[in-house]
Design a protein around this ligand. Sequence first.
Ligand code: ADP
Ligand code: MG
Length: 397
Amino acid sequence: RDRGNESDDNGRESPAQGPPQRESNNEKLMVVLRIRPMTNDERSRGYRIVTEQVDEKMVVLLDPKGGGKKQDILRKKRTSERQYLFDAAFGGDSTQEQVYNKTTKPLVKSVLEGYNACVFAYGATGGGKTHTMVGKSDNPGCMVRALNDLFQAMETSPEHVFKVTMSYLEVYNENIRDLLNPKSGTLDLRDDSKGKNIQVAGLSEIATNSTEEVMRLLQRGNKERTQEPTAANKTSSRSHALLMVNVKQTAKSRVGGKGAVKSGRLYMIDLAGSERASATQNRGKRLKEGAHINRSLLALGNCINALAEGKAKFVNYRDSKLTRLLKDPLSGNCHTVMIAHVSPVDKHRDESRNTLVYADRAKNISNKVRKNVLDVSYHVTQYQNIISDLKTEIGRL
Ligand code: ADP
Ligand code: MG
């Protein structure tokens, strides 16, 4: 494949050659599924496990009323259960390192080669998105590990001088806020002078080379994420959090001279919960938020579908703030990974099923016509649901 502007084997810099071309649709979007472990609370309440990892690529959704068992699936016995196949599947015992190595580490490599890359965490609230992306100080997630790897590359590169900066923002109710500088209020999106990369006006960009500081900044930023109590979950996060990492490398021989040699950007996104607004049994404001979340997620799904089908001209990025922000990483010259998250227990079976179906569809995008029809009807159903929620809401007033 065309490798863009990077050094050849003799260390010479090859001229910029535009974005690398993809060989196949399969390369476009990698879809990975992670099932979180059962919590002690869920165990003590006697919940049963219904979503299980079968092998390194397969997940099964069991019927709580009996029927299929994981063993039967392994023995290829007929069951009424649904199996789902992904590029990779991770169970409750998977480590942060395993998930990072499979999903985000390869993206860091391509960003160091001068490309853009994007990883996003999808799934209902409580499914483990923030755990995967941010994690805890003693068990950090993909965002922290990616920056750590970039810092290591910085320290060990004999030929290049690096500049790594990070920005962390929230999209909440179609408003953008700087999570590293919340005092700046709502920020606007602007196309840059070349009309290529979209910019967030006034967004802070922090240069650091300390993994500890990154963890601190992300945890502080997460505290700034808009979180309000809902009936479904007290700490339900209804915002999308987006970490943008810019990497600029200049050949040491050129420092002080003209031109950055390679520059890449890594987008890491902790999406808002994908559960439907009606599940929160909330009214008014909450419902509006739910509709916005669906709008952003639907717009994201539509963009990915259209792109993977080679219909780049028909992608409507302007449908939501999230897709406007992601126009560049999604527009075809960028490696993208989706990590879908599900809870293992029966109580969340419907949400898990929705997530499995969404992720499955994203993965099968290149399966053309039949899937197209499915996609359209799925989105129509989603919109009908939103409309009926709103009608119910109006009826109550
Ligand atoms: P989300 O961001 O999708 O709402 P969280 O990441 O906050 O979900 O996860 C919900 C809870 O489950 C948190 O307490 C988190 O620490 C825990 N959790 C999630 N995934 C895992 C995992 N893979 N291993 C251990 N604990 C997890
Ligand atoms: Mg979260």
